[in-house]
Structure formats: structure tokens, C-alpha cells
Design a protein around this ligand. Structure first.
Ligand SMILES: [Zn+2]
Length: 410
């Protein structure tokens, strides 16, 4: 008999840990970490003493949740889902959406001067990459659109019931269904379920956008706004999360009448030409990165005197240093706009926008905070439920689980 246990993530955004037991099969989805709790106990001068302390505080999963697991599947690489792999106390296989990105994350963690140095896995944990399609006899990975790429939902075909765990996902993406399919190599969740006429018994579904006061923009609205912002000044600096390939593509598309340069140490390592498909690929600023595998390079100086519009893409973490450098290099800051992407609720990856905004303010730089959601909207639930037709709905990754249930039953 299939037993589904949502051990963490029921009443919080972040911290998902879903354990499935079915005869000899014992697997789990996501290695969730609770940033909402983390922030209650730690600050700039209080750091975790170790993984044990984080476990005691309920910030990372308890030891017994991993007992007898053979495999742990991570839906996407946002920190609240991959959590701290070092917390895994048993010999199992950790399945990640991209081995390349995971390895680079682990390398950065191990060099980090902060608590992140606690994160790298123990030697007995094996890591494998998830590919869209069958993962063994009774599990499938189905690509979903989210603000991290790649991202997957998992469909478990059990002995007496089928369980769908959505992970984090949205139904309205920056990409058309065709673009999505060519980027991910497989159709998206709803298209797949429709095509296969699949029957799902239990739906473990995220509900991030339920009961939130301020509603973030839909992808197509966000795109229109970005086009206008980019068209309004000579130099735009746009921030993008290094995992958010869809957003990055949208910025590049919105900037097609301008030159586009990526000025980030981390981001270019994960980019491939084919991610930009029909778009003109961005160039990489040589002042920041040398020898990236798949994109051409240029210098910021090449644009200094030209009258072309320029869009520079960087990460949230590197923005202040980039602006400082531009100042040092006497690049004029007067006609500069910053487009700050804010893809997720803060709980998902402990970030602080206020400090950034204060910097922009004292530097006299006009800043737009653009928040496009990586999650589906409550008004899309009907479509989801009518496609999945679940017998039971289990909400996760939400502060309002009862609201999700009420709306799902309606
Ligand atoms: Zn996420």
C-alpha cells in the first residue's frame, strides 16, 4: 500500500520533505530547508554551530526521516528544496535536476566563509542527474516551468495508487509551449497529463500564491513591462537569478533592440547557446569572466562611447560591485536604470532587497523591482484540478493550506 507522508512544508513556504513508502520502495521528494525559521534564529553575527543545531531547530529534516531511503529526488535547485545535502545521514542516491550546476554549487559552498560551508554532502551520498521521462520502473520526471531551470514534477506509479508531486511550478511561463518543449526536451506537466490521459490519485500540490496580499505579475505582463523599461534608458542593468533561464531569456528578448552583455562571474557557466534558441545570444563581459564555454565575449569599454542602448545582466549578489566598478571606470550613471528581478517570496532563498534599494537610492539610480511569479495562480487551480482529476489533494509549500483545499474542492 502506498503511504505518503508530508513530513515538512505543510504550513510553510520552503522546507518540503515528502516521503513515500510502498512495499520495498522507500523514496523522498525534496530535501527542504526552512528559511522562515532560519531567519528567526540567525543573523549577521549569529551563525549555526552545525547541522545538528539546524536539525534541532527544525530548519533541516530530522535524521529519522531519511531512514531506509534508497533515493531522494530534488525537484529544482532553489536552496529551500536542495537544502543542506550534508544533513543526509544514510547511504542513498541524491537525484538532482542538473549535475553540472549541483557540482558548481557544492564547490562554492565548500569555499564559502559563511554557514553555507556546512552544506556539501557526505562521501557516502551518490549524486545522479534527473532526465525527463522514466526514472526506474515506477517513477517519472516531468519538466515544469519555474524560476529555476531545470525543474521537475514527479509522478509515482505505486502498487495501489498514483501520486503526483508538483514541486514548485507555474502554468503561465515566459515561453510558449513549443519553446518550453524545445528547451526541456519534453512537454510540460499539463500537456503531458492531457496527452497521456493519466489518472492521478493523490496530488501533492504547491500553493505559494494562495492568500498572499500582493499579487506578483504573470510572465506575459512582466515581459511587457521589461520591454518598456529597457526601451526607456540608454543603459539598463537587469538582475537575474543564475538558475532562472526563462527570465534571462525574457530579458534578452525584451532587449533585442539593444546590445546585451552578461556581467556575472557565476551565471555564464550555466548558459548554453541553445537556451536562447531564435534569440540573438548575449555576449559575456570579459571584465567579469574569461573563457566561458559556450558564449562569445566583449568588453564593457567597447560600448562606452557608442550611442547604442545597452542592457547589462548580472546577478542580485553582484549588482553593487558592478555599479561600483562602472563608477570607477567613469561610465556615466545618470541615464542608467536598474531592473531588479524578484522572482520568489523571500523565504525561498534568504535575500534582502531593502539594502540594495538603499544603495540605488544614494547612488541616484532609478530602480524598478519586477516581480514575476515562479508559481501558478489560484485562478489556475480549476484548470489544474480538471486536468489531473485527483481523488485527494494535499497542499504543500503554502502558508494557507486550508484555502488551497477549499478552492480545490469547489
Ligand atoms: Zn522554487
Amino acid at each position: 500500500m502506498v503511504k505518503v507522508q508530508v513530513l515538512s512544508g505543510m504550513n510553510s513556504i520552503g522546507g518540503n520533505f515528502v516521503r513515500i513508502e510502498d512495499g520495498n520502495t522507500k523514496i523522498a521528494f525534496d530535501n527542504g530547508m526552512r528559511f522562515d525559521l532560519f531567519k528567526r534564529f540567525y543573523s549577521g553575527f549569529i551563525s549555526p554551530s552545525g547541522v545538528g543545531e539546524l536539525r534541532e531547530l527544525g530548519i533541516v529534516p530530522r535524521e529519522e526521516w531519511y531512514e531506509e531511503l534508497s533515493d531522494l529526488y530534488v525537484s529544482h535547485l532553489h536552496m529551500d528544496h536542495i537544502g543542506l545535502p550534508s544533513n543526509i545521514p544514510v547511504e542513498l542516491t541524491l537525484h538532482v535536476p542538473s549535475l553540472d550546476i549541483y557540482n558548481q554549487m557544492e564547490e562554492r559552498w565548500s569555499k564559502s566563509p559563511t554557514w553555507l560551508s556546512l552544506a556539501p554532502r557526505k562521501y557516502f551520498v551518490k549524486v545522479e542527474e534527473i532526465r525527463a521521462g522514466k526514472l526506474g520502473d515506477n517513477l517519472e520526471a516531468i519538466p515544469v516551468s519555474h524560476s529555476a531551470f531545470p525543474a521537475y514534477a514527479f509522478l509515482y506509479h505505486g502498487s495501489d495508487e498514483t501520486v503526483l508531486y508538483t514541486g514548485d511550478f507555474r502554468l503561465t511561463s515566459f515561453l510558449s509551449e513549443e519553446e518550453f518543449e524545445s528547451l526541456c526536451g519534453a512537454p510540460s506537466l499539463l500537456r503531458y497529463l492531457e496527452d497521456e490521459g493519466m489518472r492521478v490519485d493523490k496530488l501533492v500540490v504547491e500553493g505559494t500564491n494562495f492568500g498572499v496580499g500582493k499579487v506578483p505579475l504573470l510572465a506575459d505582463e512582466g515581459f511587457k513591462l521589461m520591454e518598456r523599461i529597457v526601451g526607456s534608458s540608454q543603459l539598463t542593468i537587469a538582475t537575474s537569478h543564475y538558475l532562472d533561464v526563462e527570465f534571462l531569456r525574457a530579458v534578452v528578448r525584451a532587449a533585442q533592440a539593444s546590445s546585451v552583455l552578461i556581467a556575472s562571474k557565476v551565471m555564464p557557466q550555466f548558459l548554453r547557446r541553445d537556451m536562447f534558441a531564435e534569440l540573438e545570444e548575449p555576449l559575456v563581459a570579459e571584465e567579469y569572466v574569461k573563457g566561458v564555454p559556450d558564449l562569445d565575449i566583449a568588453s564593457i569599454y567597447d560600448y562606452e562611447l557608442s550611442s547604442e542602448r545597452l542592457v547589462i545582466i548580472t546577478s542580485y549578489y553582484e549588482l553593487i560591485d558592478l555599479v561600483r566598478n562602472l563608477r570607477e571606470w567613469s561610465v556615466s550613471l545618470s541615464d542608467m536604470t536598474v531592473m531588479l528581478s524578484e522572482p520568489e517570496p523571500r523565504q525561498e532563498e534568504s535575500v534582502d532587497y531593502e539594502a540594495l534599494l538603499r544603495w540605488m537610492d544614494i547612488l541616484g539610480i532609478l530602480t524598478y523591482r519586477v516581480r514575476v511569479s515562479g508559481h501558478y495562480y489560484p485562478f489556475e487551480l480549476t484548470k489544474l484540478i480538471s486536468t489531473v482529476k485527483p481523488k485527494q489533494v494535499i497542499p504543500i509549500h503554502t502558508q494557507h493550506p486550508r484555502l488551497v483545499l477549499t478552492l480545490a474542492r469547489a
